[in-house]
Design a protein around this ligand. Structure first.
Ligand SMILES: [Cu+2]
Length: 464
């Protein structure tokens, strides 16, 4: 029986494997592979290569990684964004010469997803390339042969990359349009129900100065609006779907009736384009939670469809500070009984889709800097809407990890770097003890820095 089962599973896997290697564009992948297309493998974070192809030849590009990737030939054609396991055949109708090839997802080329393609009449068809040398010690892609003069240019670019960010600190003005994650006041209905309206729509979103992407959003911002309330609230969430595809809204971390769980078609009908749908239930437990579509989630969520929901205990005013261990001593440090949270912030991490490596929908130097006064406490809720783990490091001030997924820890602990995996929420508390500008970033350094400047998952706290 086990053997039969095993055989069945193996057969299913074979069928699945056949299924996912089929070309998603024109259905000719398998045929082309047989006819001599050069196989190219995309992984985190490498492109097999260097590549060689004859004029008019083709590449069979397969995403062997776990995230979305594409393959762009500089000055030539590109594949669609490929999901894990998907393939596409790319015809290389280019003159003989050497071309750079890369993945266009923000940060992926810098992390190693680049190689070269030589179009030459001498090319032997169908020979797979070797995995390119992955990120070297400089976080680049193997081209460490820069001259001191070239390095001097990189130094200059690196220093210059900070300017727009420093301008934000000194002026207090953001350098891009659009600020995500802002609190949305509910409409209070006659019976006391709190009602929010969320409109799902695709908008132009300024990710970094001058760089607009087609973000999938709630109410036009990344992240979507923050919803706050208390245990005992009856809440209604009205969803208007202006997307070109169906959607649903899953409230991850909220304890709710099954028919409010937002998983079409299991617990509700799909909300079609142009349709409206209303969720309604009573909040029974405090939460540091989040809402996002479940259907098409792998695409919608990294592309920006995500928002925070914070529900305090009754009488808590909608604050997430119920997670703070006031009056306790943790590793010798006393947490004051009367601790006041001067700043409660959500920090939403992303690394995929059109938003890419970012904090709260912005990539450095557009990330928001935080202004604090010496001695103030900040409570931060980290969330991940991406596909990877990010070790979040704050310079100088140890972070007291007080809650996981909105559940207060019996044993809070201090750490200077906190890992945040997809789906998780980690709440941390710190005191800004010393003045200065203190950097706060993901410590996977290729998520924060490339040869010619900082980017992605970097911000700072300016303590006065
Ligand atoms: Cu990271």
């Amino acid at each position: 029986m086990l053997a039969v089962l095993g055989g069945g599973v193996a057969m299913a896997l074979v069928i699945l494997a056949i299924g996912i290697t089929v070309n998603r564009g024109d259905g000719a992948g398998a045929t082309d592979a047989a006819a001599g297309a050069v196989p190219v493998s995309l992984t985190e974070f490498a492109i097999s290569g260097p590549l060689e192809v004859a004029p008019g030849g083709s590449l069979l590009v397969t995403n062997d990684g776990s995230q979305q990737h594409d393959l762009v030939i500089d000055g030539g054609p590109a594949t669609a964004m490929l999901g894990s396991g998907e393939s596409e055949t790319l015809v290389v109708d280019l003159p003989e010469g050497e071309y750079e090839v890369y993945c266009s997802v923000s940060g992926h080329a810098e992390a190693g997803m680049v190689t070269t393609l030589t179009v030459t009449g001498d090319a032997a068809a169908g020979e797979p390339g070797e995995i390119a040398e992955v990120a070297d010690a400089h976080g680049g892609h193997g081209d460490t042969e820069l001259t001191p003069e070239e390095w001097a240019v990189m130094d200059e670019k690196m220093i210059a990359s900070f300017e727009p960010f420093v301008d934000q600190i000194t002026s207090g003005e953001p350098n891009t349009e659009g600020l995500g994650g802002q609190e949305l006041e509910p409409t209070i209905l006659e019976d006391g129900t709190k009602e929010w309206t969320l409109t799902a729509e695709i908008v132009d979103w300024e990710l970094e100065p001058g760089n607009f992407v087609k973000a999938w959003t709630y109410n036009g911002t990344v992240p979507g609006p923050t919803l706050r309330g208390e245990v005992g609230d009856n809440i209604r969430i009205k969803v208007i779907n202006n997307l070109p595809m169906g959607t649903d809204v899953h409230m991850h971390g909220m304890i709710l009736p099954n028919d409010q769980d937002g998983v079409a078609p299991l617990t509700q009908e799909l909300i079609g384009p142009g349709e409206e749908y209303t969720y309604e239930y009573t909040v029974v437990e405090p939460a540091v939670a989040m809402y996002h579509p479940h259907i098409h989630g792998q695409e919608a969520v990294p592309n920006g469809m995500w928002g925070a929901m914070i529900f305090s205990p009754e009488g808590g005013g909608g604050s997430g500070d119920y997670v703070i261990p006031r009056g306790r001593t943790i590793s010798g440090v006393e947490i004051p009984e009367d601790l006041e949270v001067a700043h409660e912030e959500n920090m939403v991490l992303n690394d995929a889709g059109v938003i890419g490596l970012s904090l709260n929908g912005k990539s450095f130097p557009a990330t928001e800097p935080y202004a604090m006064e010496q001695g103030e406490w900040m409570l931060v809720h980290y969330y991940s809407e991406g596909l990877q783990v990010h070790p979040m490091h704050l310079h100088q001030f140890p972070q007291l990890v007080v809650a996981r997924d909105g559940i207060p820890l019996d044993f809070p602990y201090w750490a200077d770097t906190v890992n945040v995996a997809p789906g998780e929420r980690w709440s941390v508390l710190f005191q800004a003890k010393s003045p200065g500008v203190w950097v706060w970033h993901c410590h996977i350094l290729t998520h924060a820095e490339r040869k010619d400047g900082m980017f992605g998952m970097v911000t700072a706290i300016a303590v006065s």
